[in-house]
Every structure is written in C-alpha cells, then in structure tokens.
Design a protein. Structure first.
Length: 193
C-alpha cells in the first residue's frame, strides 16, 4: 500500500526567516558576556594564573615563571608544611607588594627556629631538598605558632634575598590566597610544585 502526498502540500523546505545579522550579533555578545562572567568568577574563586617576580623562591621558581594557583584548595582544607603558597604581603614597608610566593615552613602548633644556619622545626633539624644553600641570614627564634598562624619562607636562602616570616612574622591563614600547584610556562620549566 503506497501512501500519496496530497497535492496541496509541497515537499520542499522553506528558508527560515528568523535569522538576521543584528540578532546573530546579539546572540554572540550574550555568549561572550556569559563566558567573561564565568571566567571572572572562576578566576576570583577557583584558580588564578600568576607570574613570578623576583628571586626569593630560587632555585624552585625563576623570574617570569607562570604558575597555576589553586584558590579553592584551602576552602576545603588547610595549608600543609612545604606547600608553595601565594599570600597577601602582610608587611608595611615601602617595598610592599600585593602578593608574595613563599613556602610554608611551619604550621599551627610548630616551634620554628633558625640556629647556626640550620632550620629547626619542633627541635628537629630540617633537610631542605628544595634549596641549594644553607641559610646565610642570622639566627631566628624560636617562636611557637598559634592557631591559624603559618611561618613562610622563600627557598632562596642567600643573605637578604627573601622577605618572609623572619621579617614580617607569621601569617594568618586568611592571608593565604591559594596553593601554587605547578609551573606551566615556560614549557622547559613545567613541573608540579
């Protein structure tokens, strides 16, 4: 049994008349605006890209390294010893920067001391594989870290090369912006931190 198409119904497609140039432009603008808002929210609350300036974290980080900063990790947990973190500069000196990159050396409850060019945590001498020299600056401490306080230092242990907790004191957990997860640029230096 064959089915016939009635003669008054055409078997051809008619062109859509709803698509106009101003309408398409408006759709593109909406899409771009939504993408920008999403990127801004992700950048504010989830991750950030940061550029290293200065030499305080050498040999781990070099000038102009690009870092991927995880901003949500400390909403779900707390900084751990040896994490490389980005924090608001707590100093009030003329050379104050907006952000610093440092390594967490001491966590709440720890006693931190530098004696005879060696770092001690809770009375134990530390082996610091991420540095390439012993601490050249003078002795420091001991200090015991209170609740929600962290002791941070740069990996560059040459004299006067890192502005850190030895000069501005321990930092509140709220001053820590996020964890530097890895270097993504230059490609030759790409690595997890």
């Amino acid at each position: 049994m064959s089915r016939e198409i009635p003669p008054d119904i055409e078997n051809t497609a008619t062109p859509s008349s709803g698509s106009t140039l101003p309408g398409e432009l408006l759709d593109w603008l909406k899409t771009i605006l939504i993408a920008l808002v999403l990127m801004l929210l992700i950048n504010m609350f989830v991750f950030n890209i940061s550029i290293v300036k200065g030499e305080s974290m050498q040999p781990t980080l070099a000038e102009q390294d690009r870092l991927f900063i995880n901003k949500i990790v400390y909403e779900l947990g707390t900084p751990k010893r040896h994490d490389v973190v980005v924090l608001h500069d707590p100093s009030n000196t003329p050379d104050r920067k907006e952000f610093l990159v440092k390594r967490v050396i001491g966590v709440p409850g720890d006693t931190v001391e530098i004696r005879d060019h060696v770092l001690y945590i809770n009375g134990e001498a530390q082996t610091e594989s991420y540095t390439n020299t012993m601490i050249e600056d003078s002795d420091f401490g001991p200090i015991k870290l209170e609740k929600d306080r962290y002791f941070v230092m740069g990996d560059n242990r040459h004299a006067g090369k890192s502005k850190d907790s030895r000069s501005f004191g321990s930092v509140f957990v709220d001053e820590i912006v996020g964890k530097a997860e890895f270097i993504f640029w230059p490609v030759s230096d790409m690595k997890k931190l």
